[in-house]
Design a protein around this ligand. Structure first.
Ligand code: FAD
Length: 466
């Protein structure tokens, strides 16, 4: 039997239930399809996906196989491959956003109609979103009871890498012809220096984190200049590592007595919570979760938001955060909260404007975590931070970057000897932005207190409907 392994966000050989099942049942044809969902990705995640795919292709080549690349609608591509190869089954790992569910349902029906076996598998999450329910039978809207419900769950052990056998490969596209990095402008080389691509890099990252940082995680994870967090979001996004592998490594560290290990596991479960929400609230990336927020006077995209995107608000913590994202493709969690809060509160700008920019720039862009994160900060989401709790970006510097290490890392202007990272921002941004590190650092768009008072007034004027 010949089985197509339809690769999506599961670019790994170990702990991959779909791949294991395919290997067990016959010869495997690994396939990646550049369908409209791939074409629609933001510049940075699309480019990073191409790097991950290139890496996986080399891994499969080393085993004597080949990843087949096709560019078209997924169902059409799979039908044509089935015709070319005589494959009788298609296996894949499940995804949970509304567009992927709709596409996969259509593919399943379309292939079953022509007598092809289709099977979907777990693997992107620790547990399927529909397997956790409140006592009343609904989905969780608050994290803490969700965590209590799942923390004692038995998570199956990670699966080993299966032994794969391949058939003669059918025709394939050339990856370079897809130009997945075309929209990166001149930023790709700069971001590349910060990316850690592929399954073995992800395992190294996990190992380094467990050996060196998990013990400090709880105490130091909020300090953006400290390399204490795992950085694994980049690899989780493309499935270069599985959440189960991370979970078991964290549990082992906990068993060995590592301080902070439980806190790390809790953060990993925030990702599960985000997917639980996205599954039950498919419009989470588009619509305010809480009713009444449609009446909030969000500003549409505006010139202040443009300064925010370019790291030119004159508010140092915010600008540092935005530049970190442009240069590395990721942003520290505390910085994400500060940058998002400043946009939605001090600048009163619609959270969807910020969500879209993160979607464009993050190499760890994740449909569930990004949507939940933005709604959480903006105050309109499930279990959200109350709107009236407005971060003061300068106060946050005093708390989390007292010596200005993070600021020096990312702000070059008005500094006699700017750091290499701060200067690299000016190499990464499009020339059309006209930025020059020798120019003076901009004055703040508006005094922080004015923005705070305006946000509070808008909130108190909003009709509250529950
Ligand atoms: C406005 C906003 C947007 C965000 N957008 C994304 C996004 O697009 N992609 C993304 O992966 N995360 C996003 N997050 C969540 C969080 O900032 C990142 O997951 C985290 O910074 C990744 O760094 P790390 O891998 O070093 O995390 P660690 O601290 O090492 O945590 C381990 C893992 O736990 C998960 N995790 C940790 N914190 C969160 C959280 N708050 N929500 C969900 N999962 C979490 C991640 O998978 C992470 O890799 C967003 C947060 C905010 C406030």
């Amino acid at each position: 039997m010949t089985i197509i392994w339809w690769i999506r966000r599961d670019m790994r050989l170990a702990d991959n239930p779909a791949l294991c099942a395919a290997a067990r049942n016959g010869h495997v044809i690994p396939v990646f399809i550049c369908d409209p969902s791939v074409e629609a990705l933001g510049a940075a995640p699309k480019w990073r996906l191409g790097l991950g795919l290139e890496h996986l292709m080399a891994q499969i080549n080393a085993l004597g196989g080949q990843v087949i690349l096709r560019r078209s609608d997924a169902l059409e591509a799979l039908k044509s491959l089935i015709q070319d190869t005589g494959a009788t089954a298609v296996y894949w790992s499940r995804l949970y956003d509304a567009d992927s569910i709709a596409r996969d349902t259509r593919v399943k029906t379309g292939l079953q109609e022509i007598g092809v076996d289709t099977q979907s598998f777990e693997g992107h999450l620790l547990f399927e979103p529909w397997t956790t329910q409140t006592k009343q039978g609904g989905f969780y809207k608050v994290y803490t009871p969700f965590w209590r419900n799942v923390k004692e769950r038995d998570i199956p052990s990670a699966l080993p890498t299966p032994k794969l056998t391949f058939t003669d490969p059918p025709a394939t596209d050339d990856l370079t012809s897809w130009h997945l990095g075309a929209e990166m402008n001149r930023g790709a080389d700069v971001v590349l220096a910060h990316a850690r691509v592929g399954e073995s890099a992800a395992q190294d990252r996990l190992g380094d984190f467990i050996d060196e940082n998990i013990g400090h995680y709880k105490a130091r994870r909020d300090f953006p200049a400290e390399p204490v967090c795992s950085g694994l979001s980049e690899n989780l996004t493309y499935g270069e590592i599985s959440p189960r592998q991370i979970w078991h490594a964290g549990q082992h560290a906990l068993f060995e007595g590592a301080q902070g290990a439980e806190h790390f596991l809790k953060e990993l479960v925030w990702r599960e919570f985000a997917y639980h929400l996205l599954y039950y609230v498919p419009n989470l990336p588009q619509d305010n979760f809480r009713s009444g927020w449609e009446k909030f006077p969000w500003r549409d995209d505006n010139k202040d938001a443009n300064l925010w995107r370019r790291g030119r608000t004159g508010v140092r913590f915010v600008d540092a955060a935005m530049r970190e994202m442009y240069v590395t493709g990721t942003m520290h969690n505390r910085a994400r909260m500060i940058a998002a809060s400043y946009l939605t509160k001090h600048l009163l700008t619609d959270w969807r404007v910020g969500r879209a920019w993160f979607e464009e720039c993050l190499i760890d862009w994740d449909p569930a975590a990004n949507a939940m994160g933005w709604q959480w900060v903006a105050g309109c989401g499930p279990d959200a931070s109350p709107y009236f709790r407005i971060f003061n970006p300068d106060g946050q510097i005093d708390k989390f970057d007292k010596r200005g290490v993070y600021l020096d890392r990312w702000i070059a202007e008005d500094t006699p000897e700017p750091s290499v990272t701060a200067l690299s921002y000016f190499n990464a941004v499009p020339r059309s932005w006209g930025l020059d590190h020798n120019a003076a650092y901009p004055a703040p768009i508006a005094p922080l207190n004015d923005g705070r008072l305006r946000a509070l007034a808008a909130y108190s004027d909003m009709p509250k409907s529950g």
